[in-house]
Design a protein around this ligand. Structure first.
Ligand SMILES: Nc1ncnc2c1ncn2[C@@H]1O[C@H](COP(=O)(O)OP(=O)(O)O)[C@@H](O)[C@H]1O
Ligand SMILES: [Mg+2]
Length: 250
């Protein structure tokens, strides 16, 4: 479903974030991208969603060529069914959970309904369904600022489900959570991956957590892929190489 062929990205300050990266991800996979801070993990995620543009190579996602010709309505259509989850949950603290989940679909409302945040019943039912899938239905009318970090990340995930995504990209979704909560969020991703048949790509700093839930691991080191295989085949030697700061030449 996602193909990168010889993709490179250099930022305007001449930092080479990714160089000659190639891989293929099948629909339904649960992929963990691991590597040191600065390795290029976020860059890879941003390229998939076209938050940034590649300099070279080919990116094909769901049969769409993700390149400079993809813009405006076509770009919006491309992004519509790709869910994004971030370390910062990007919710509106002073409004309730339902509002935050529904707001992702506000563009479907007429101007009149939109002005009053007046969501139709069918959408509300969908939102409640998404909250139920994440086991936070009981928080539907609580304000975001009264929820724990883990609960907020669940709301963010529920909001993403409202997009009916075929793909969820998550950039360090557990980085601001404690270990217990981080595990729970990873379980949510895992369940969504299996039950809803949504492809999941998660960037992670924490290799142990990645290995517990992902089925496939891509290791990035200094902008290059140094591991791409099942988690079962990942050895300590591979991990040492991925996280070896001293040697960034290979
Ligand atoms: N917007 C940017 N402008 C310039 N350099 C950047 C930008 N974003 C990231 N970088 C640099 O690109 C490299 C890869 O960054 P990033 O993809 O964020 O890595 P990771 O997510 O693995 O920590 C780093 O050296 C980082 O400093
Ligand atoms: Mg990052």
């Amino acid at each position: 479903m996602i193909t990168f062929k010889h993709v490179s990205k250099t930022y305007s300050n001449h930092v080479v974030a990714l160089s000659d990266v190639s891989f293929h991800i099948e629909a339904g996979a649960f992929v963990a991208i691991i590597g040191l801070s600065g390795a290029g993990k976020s860059t890879l995620i941003r390229l998939i969603n076209k938050m940034i543009d590649k300099d070279a190579g080919t990116i094909i996602v769901n049969n769409v060529h993700v390149d400079h010709t993809l813009k405006n309505a076509e770009l919006r259509a491309y992004r519509r069914h790709i869910g994004m989850v971030f370390q910062a949950f990007n919710l509106i603290p002073k409004t309730n959970v339902m509002h935050n989940v529904l707001v992702s679909r506000a563009s479907e409302l007429s101007a009149f309904r939109s002005a009053f945040s007046w969501f139709p019943k069918a959408l509300k039912l969908e939102a409640l369904d998404a909250l139920e899938k994440l086991n936070i239905l009981d928080k539907a009318f609580d304000r975001i600022e009264h929820l724990s970090g883990g609960q907020q990340q669940r709301v963010a995930l529920a909001r993403t489900l409202m997009q009916k995504p075929y793909l969820i990209l998550a950039d360090e979704p557990t980085a601001s959570l404690d270990n217990v909560m981080a595990k729970k969020i990873m379980e949510d991703f895992s369940r969504i991956n299996e039950k809803e048949k949504i492809t999941v790509i998660v960037n992670m700093h924490n290799v142990d957590l990645a290995l517990q839930y992902a089925t496939r691991v891509i290791g990035i080191k200094a902008g290059k892929i140094v591991y791409d295989d099942t988690k079962e085949n990942l050895t300590q030697a591979h991990i040492d190489n991925i996280y070896d700061m001293a040697d960034t030449s290979s």
